[in-house]
Design a protein around this ligand. Structure first.
Ligand code: ASP
Length: 425
């Protein structure tokens, strides 16, 4: 195995990414507290090297998303062929996604009621100068209708994931139906898919550098000061995220597949680190599909469909933040929430999770929908805005882990999981 440094062997990508993550955080915190602002720190390092390398890497990953999702989904659905199997996989996946999200909000509400994040909060000290003009205008029917692209090319250009998924699925199904007649087109997509996979591997080799710079830049900007007054809220979110990620998901994994959770986390770690450092589920799609295929033995036929779908509609980490935020704001404003309100929160947070795009910070915007549903003042969102970045990073890592666990389970149930690959180190 390549994961060890003993006898001069090369470090694996997982180890390198992990080291980069920790080193980036340490360097960032040191820079925040110990290095005075100035040309070298601000211009050359933080907004120079860290910004360019970090965002360059992020843009490279984003560059892969649309072509990779489109091609692999066309190939995947063409390979599955019959619409019945596709439909079964789709319905099962969506059910898993919905159940895990509802569980996530439940975990969040229960945990937050133990921690009591909003009790005894000195609000004056925390209320930021910024004002929230957060508003959501999410109509459920329009969201559904919007899955059908009026112009698929525009959908692709705008990276509208649900539109891309639908259009690619239809092309794949038709390719399977027409068979020989369209084999040239299918070959084209298959070969283009190979090119995109190769490109993913090349870009991923840069992950440790990108992760280091993104994390160092974030931490050199935020330090820890802003967190102190909201420590309980943060602990509430982080605790509930940990329960969901290492408890709920791993229990599900063992129950449904009997795979080793430790191995799963170990193998999936670079994807989590990437999601953590970028706070975007969307940009994580190529890496997630690749890791599931190469290290866990999950067929791309399943993951090319379920991972982009999950990155778009399944945000368990976001739902957790929203659950804890509700309890936090209710306590901070002295508002009593009853059972009916809690049920409403579970339902709206699950819906908000579908409406949350897989890019940084959107969970905070859809939070207003959840607050509105139980009549909490939107000012509550202002309280937590200043510290949301670090929670956004963490919840994104959980969001994509949820997608990967559900994908592995669905793949297992459809005979699309190669356990031998999973078992190899
Ligand atoms: N950043 C999250 C994601 O990409 C979404 C959010 O909660 O803001 O999954």
């Amino acid at each position: 195995m390549t994961e060890t440094n003993k006898k001069g062997k090369k470090l694996g990508l997982t180890t390198k990414t992990f080291i980069a993550l920790i080193a980036g955080a340490i360097v960032g915190v040191i820079m925040h507290y110990c290095v005075p602002s100035g040309y070298i720190k601000d211009t050359i390092l933080v907004n120079g090297v860290f910004y360019v390398v970090g965002n360059g890497f992020l843009r490279l990953m984003q560059m892969l998303v649309v072509p990779l999702v489109f091609c692999s989904l066309v190939c995947g659905s063409a390979a599955i062929g019959d619409t019945q199997t596709l439909g079964k996989v789709g319905v099962k996946t969506i059910c898993f996604y919905f159940v895990t999200t509802a569980l996530a909000v439940g975990v969040a509400l229960a945990f937050a009621n133990v921690i009591n994040p909003g009790l005894g909060l000195n609000m004056e000290a925390v209320v930021a100068a910024e004002n929230t003009a957060v508003s959501t205008d999410v109509s459920f029917v329009d969201t559904l209708l919007n899955i059908i692209p009026k112009n698929p090319i525009q959908g692709l250009a705008e990276g509208n994931m649900l539109q891309i998924i639908l259009f690619a699925l239809i092309i794949g199904i038709i390719l399977a139906k027409l068979g020989e007649k369209t084999s040239t087109v299918l070959n084209f997509f298959t070969q283009f898919n190979d090119i995109m996979m190769e490109m993913t591997m090349m870009v991923m080799a840069l992950a440790p550098y990108g992760v280091f710079c993104l994390i160092a830049k974030t931490f050199s900007g935020i330090g820890f000061d802003a967190f102190i007054p909201l420590l309980k809220y943060m602990l509430g979110v982080l605790g509930a995220l940990a329960i969901q990620c290492f408890g709920v998901y791993m229990i599900m994994l063992v129950l449904f597949t009997r795979l080793s959770p430790v191995k799963f986390i170990k193998k999936f770690f670079p994807v989590m680190a990437f999601a953590f450092s970028t706070a975007t589920s969307n940009a994580t799609i190529p890496l997630s599909i690749d890791t599931l295929a190469e290290k866990m033995g999950v067929s791309r036929r399943i993951s090319s469909f379920t991972i982009p779908l999950g990155a778009t509609i399944n945000m368990d980490g976001t739902a957790i933040m929203q659950g804890v935020a509700v309890v936090f704001a209710a306590q901070a404003f002295g508002i009593e929430l009853g059972v009916a309100e809690y049920i409403t929160v579970i339902a709206t947070a699950a819906l908000a999770s579908i409406g949350t795009a897989g890019v940084p910070g959107v969970g905070l915007i859809t939070l207003s929908m959840v607050f509105n549903s139980v009549g909490l003042p939107l000012e509550g969102i202002t309280l937590i805005m200043g510290i949301d970045r670090i929670l956004d990073m963490t919840r994104t890592a959980v969001n994509i882990t949820g997608d990967a666990v559900c994908t592995t389970i669905v793949a297992h149930q459809n005979g699309e999981l190669n356990r031998e690959i999973f078992e190899t180190e």
